[in-house]
Design a protein around this ligand. Sequence first.
Ligand code: TNX
Length: 508
Amino acid sequence: MPRPVRVLPAPGTFTLDRNTTVSGDTAAGEWLRRHVGAATGLPLAEAEHGDVRFRIAPEKIAVPEGYRIEITERGVRAEAHDESGAHYAAQTLRQLLGADAWRDSPVRRGPWPLPCGEIEDHPRFSWRGCHLDLARHFMPKREVLRFVELLAAHKLNVLHLHLTDDQGWRVEVPGLPRLTEIGAWRKGSQLGAGPHAGYVDRPHGGYYTESDLTEIVAHAAEHRITVVPEIDVPGHCQAAIASYPELGNDPRRKLEVWTGWGVSEHVLNAEESTVEFFRRVFDHVMSVFPSPVICVGGDEVPPHEWERDPRSVRRSEALGLSEPARLHGWFLRRIIDHLHTNGRRALSWDEALDSGERPPTGCIVASWRDEAAGLRAADAGYDTVMCPEQRVYLDHRQSDDPDEPVPVGFVRTLEDVYAYEPVPAESPSSVFQHVLGTQAQVWTEHLDSPSRVDYAAFPRLCAFAEVAWSRSAVRDFSRFRARLESEHLDRLTAFGVEFRPLEGPMPW
Ligand code: TNX
């Protein structure tokens, strides 16, 4: 899970025991020794010519992140294009060892047989992402580290962290202490009208120090995952404006970190000093996150404050913009150019394309609102990550059953996620060339604990991983479901994942 390109079973097994050794100059061998060693209690000692051998062999394995495993009664040979491929070979071996190999400590003595045969495997997309919203609800660092391991176990390779929003700012920035002293905390509130009336949120907060983030980045790198941080501008910024009122359009008005959901009308002003403030924030983010891609947000920017505020109207006139709403594109462009000047690529939600100033083509588009528009962006030459809310928003509820937790969005079943095809077969070659891949979104307005995140994400993220990794030719929902039921859910249970049962919700 996800389904490999080719599997050739053969009779017999190779059984790991106390004498089994591991070799190869890859980090994957070390990962296997540590994780499978902890679960099985076997020493899995390092040796020069191990029974389980890893080798990086790009001359034999052509596709990036690809690998080939051969298991005979004498041992295991894993060859990979690169470190990522070797890591995925190790992940596949742990899957083959069965659910108990996913535990933190041994619950039984063994035996630990691996079925003989050959596996040839590589991904179809280079961007296999999962987004996690840590702004609406903060998650302790250890939970983020655990989430990283779950993504890697499903061969996903990008973790997009949504770190700031109207309801909370989660990144400590040196020299700008109020962002976390004030912006990271919000009061509890009884939410009013609308579909979520009566839902009571508690006072809430938290933030990550530079060391926390460095640890997350390192843990992700060990699992071959790139962490793409997001600082969302110029909308979704009420927590920043509450911290530093001079960033807003009415500095005399004291805003609080928002306690509602939806889109706050309060956006950044378009002063040069505000752009400079965020250059400073992004400089810090670039120093903490080595990712070649940094997300600038850019989504859902209501223009009303700019249209009302005479200072913004004058500003947009002075900049030669035809209407204040275009300050959206103007602001984004300043930040995108700053990232590009510093050798990083900006990622923006697709609103950037309609913001009044088309982003430079080096900018990557995260297409969430409209699948067809995403494919058009790719056709127009923008590298695009397909994130459509109609398909891969995992905060949306999983059935109409009244026992589902807070019923957000539309019904998105396991089968709906599995049926998603990011690049329809009939697409022009430009689309195949520019769709980098796909990404699932875990927004957390209504996921206020790690167990709620587990429940929303799993097992739909398993289906998503297969969409992102496996070619449509090997995908089949009933066989996928059977693999989940017969093996994979047991692995998740052993790992401690509180997934939603296939047969339906449990009463909350
Ligand atoms: C839209 S998707 C948003 C988020 C919400 C999400 C809820 C996007 C770029 N913006 O702010 O959390 O819907 O499903």
